[in-house]
Design a protein. Structure first.
Length: 489
C-alpha cells in the first residue's frame, strides 16, 4: 500500500528555507503523500514554484549535480506547488490538472502578464490612482492591514515607518483592476516589488504566502495573539490610543474591559470614561441611514441659526461606505458670520449630546496652521470643532444590546469652516487618511506646494493659491480628479 502513495520532492529553487520546511512538515503530516528530501528516480511528483520545467531540469543538473541518467523526468510529473496546496486544503489527493503542470520554456508564464504591466504602469502616489471601496484584492489587503495595525500597536522604534510600508503596499493593491493570482502579477508594483532587491520585501512575502497557502501564517499568528486582541479591544475605547493601551497591557496586566473598569490605579479621563460606558454602542457598525438622519437633523438646526450656513456629510460616508464608525459633518458659513456658530448649535442640541469636547479654532494665518509630516498618521487642522457623542434614536427594536435606552450612542464630529476654506476642508475631511497623507506628500515633493485642510501655498515664498472647488485643487496640483468614491486607498 505504501508504494502507491505519490512520492513528492520540492525543488528548492525559489523557495525560502522556512517555506520549504513548512511545506515538508505539512507533507510529512499527511497520510496520503510521501516526501523525499532529495531528488531520486523514485520521486513521482516534482514540485516547483514559479519555474518552467526546463528551469527545474537545469537546476537539478547544475545545482544538484545530477547526471542525465540520474534524471527520470520522463516518468515524473512536474507540477506547481499549487497542486500540493490544493491537496492539503482538501485533505486528500486531488487530480493533477493541466493548469498544475509546469510549462515548458517556450510558453514562459511570465511573459504575457509582463506585457500587460507595461501598458498599465501604476503611479507611485495613492492620490494618482483610483481606489474604489470594492476592489479585487481584499484577501491580501486585509492581511496587510492587520500587520499595519499590529506595527502601530507594538509602537517600537520604526513603528510608523513599518505600518506605513504595509499601508502603501495594501493601497497599491486596492487600485488594481485585476486580482493577483500569480507572483508574476506583482512585478513592478509600487511599494510591493521593490526594485533592485533580489529579496522580496515584507508585503510581497505576505502576498506570496497567501498565494501559495490561501492564508498568511504571520497574520494568523498575529491575530491569534493575546497582545493583538487586547490592544484591539482597548484601542476601541474612545479616547484610548496604542500608548495607553500598551501601558494597561504590559504594566498593569489588564486584559478585559472589566479589568479596566475595576483597576484602582488608573484614572480615566473624560473621553475614556464615556468611551468605556458606551463601548458597545460606539463599536457597533453605524449604518448610512442613521448618518443621513443625523446629517439632516443637524442641518435643520444649523441653518436655522444663520442664513447661508451649509452642512455636508464627509468622512467615510462621502466615500461611499455603507457603514462607518462616526458621523463627520462640515458646517460652512459666510465669511462675516462666524459668531459663535458652534456654540449656538451645541446649545440647541444640548439634550441630544451625551458628551462634547469642543476645540477652539485659531484664525491667524490659517494656511500655515496645519502641520504635516511624512509619516504621521493624522493631519491636524485648526478649525473650531467638536468631537462628541450623540443620542441617535433606535429605528428598530432589535438594534443595540441595551434594552433600557431608546437611543444608541454615536460619535459625531462637527467642524466649522468659513466659505473660503471650504473646498480644502472638504478635501481634507473626506479622507481616507492614507489619501490625505499621499496627496500632501505628492504636493510637497512633486509640486513644492503645501496642502492643508485650510488652503495651499507655495513652499517657496509662501504664496497662497486659492481654489473654489475640489476639482480645481486637483487641477492646480496637476492631478487627475478622483471622485470621493475612488479615494478609498
Ligand atoms: N481628519 C482630520 N482631522 C482629524 C480627524 C480626521 O483631518 N482630527 C480627517 C482624516 O483625513 C480622515 C477624515 O477626516 O480621513 C475622516 O476621519 P475618520 O472619521 O477618522 O475616518 P473615516 O474615513 O470617516 O472612517 P470611519 O468610517 O471609520 O469613520
Ligand atoms: Mn468618519
Ligand atoms: Mn471622524
Amino acid at each position: 500500500m505504501e508504494t502507491s502513495k505519490p512520492i513528492i520532492y520540492f525543488v528548492e529553487k525559489g523557495l525560502y528555507k522556512a517555506r520549504l520546511n513548512h511545506l515538508t512538515a505539512l507533507a510529512e503530516k499527511s497520510n496520503f503523500l510521501k516526501v523525499n528530501k532529495n531528488y531520486s528516480n523514485q520521486v513521482t511528483h516534482v514540485l516547483a514554484q514559479d519555474c518552467t520545467k526546463l528551469q527545474v531540469l537545469q537546476f537539478l543538473k547544475k545545482v544538484k549535480k545530477l547526471k542525465p541518467d540520474e534524471l527520470s523526468w520522463e516518468n515524473q510529473k512536474f507540477v506547481n506547488i499549487s497542486w500540493f496546496t490544493s491537496c492539503m486544503k482538501e485533505k486528500e489527493l486531488v487530480p493533477v490538472l493541466e493548469t498544475h503542470l509546469l510549462k515548458d520554456e517556450d510558453e514562459n508564464i511570465g511573459v504575457p502578464s509582463k506585457k500587460l504591466k507595461l501598458e498599465e504602469k501604476i503611479p507611485m502616489y495613492a492620490c494618482q490612482r483610483s481606489s474604489p471601496l470594492n476592489h479585487k484584492n481584499k484577501i491580501f489587503t486585509d492581511a496587510l492591514e492587520v500587520l499595519e495595525e499590529h506595527a502601530l500597536y507594538r509602537g517600537d522604534q520604526n513603528a510608523d515607518a513599518r505600518s506605513l510600508a504595509f499601508r502603501r503596499g495594501s493601497s497599491t493593491l486596492k487600485s488594481l483592476k485585476h486580482k493577483i493570482s500569480h507572483i508574476n502579477d506583482l512585478k513592478n508594483l509600487p511599494h510591493i516589488d521593490i526594485g533592485g532587491s533580489s529579496k522580496p520585501g515584507h508585503c510581497k512575502r505576505v502576498i506570496i504566502d497567501i498565494l501559495a497557502n490561501g492564508h498568511s501564517t504571520e497574520v494568523e499568528e498575529v491575530t491569534s495573539n493575546e497582545f493583538y486582541q487586547t490592544m484591539k479591544l482597548f484601542c476601541g475605547i474612545f479616547g484610548v490610543g496604542p500608548q495607553t493601551a500598551r501601558k494597561w497591557f504590559y504594566d498593569l496586566k489588564l486584559r478585559t474591559l472589566d479589568d479596566v473598569k475595576n483597576c484602582s490605579s488608573i484614572s480615566l479621563n473624560r473621553d475614556q470614561s464615556y468611551g468605556l460606558e458606551y463601548y458597545e454602542d460606539l463599536n457597533s457598525p453605524l449604518p448610512l441611514l442613521d448618518a443621513k438622519r443625523i446629517e439632516n437633523h443637524i442641518r435643520e438646526v444649523a441653518t436655522s441659526i444663520q442664513e447661508g450656513i451649509e452642512v455636508i456629510l464627509v468622512g467615510g460616508f462621502r466615500r461611499g461606505k455603507q457603514v462607518g464608525h462616526d458621523i463627520d459633518l462640515l458646517i460652512t458659513h459666510p465669511e462675516d458670520g462666524k459668531e459663535k456658530i458652534l456654540h449656538k448649535i451645541l446649545d440647541k442640541l444640548k439634550d441630544e449630546f451625551v458628551y462634547t469636547d469642543k476645540k477652539a479654532g485659531t484664525t491667524e494665518n490659517p494656511y500655515h496652521a496645519a502641520k504635516v509630516t511624512a509619516t504621521s498618521q493624522s493631519t491636524t487642522d485648526h478649525f473650531e470643532k467638536c468631537y462628541g457623542i450623540f443620542k441617535v434614536d433606535k429605528t428598530d427594536k432589535a438594534a443595540g444590546e441595551n434594552h433600557k435606552r431608546t437611543w444608541t450612542a454615536r460619535r459625531v464630529d462637527l467642524i466649522v469652516v468659513p466659505y473660503s476654506q471650504f473646498p480644502f476642508a472638504v478635501l481634507g475631511w473626506t479622507g481616507s487618511k492614507h489619501f490625505e497623507r499621499e496627496i500632501r506628500r505628492y504636493s510637497k515633493s512633486e509640486k513644492q506646494i503645501v496642502l492643508t485642510s485650510h488652503g495651499m501655498y507655495t513652499l517657496e515664498g509662501k504664496q497662497n493659491i486659492p481654489a473654489s472647488s475640489e476639482k480645481e485643487i486637483f487641477e492646480l496640483l496637476g492631478l487627475e480628479y478622483q471622485d470621493p468614491e475612488d479615494r478609498n486607498c
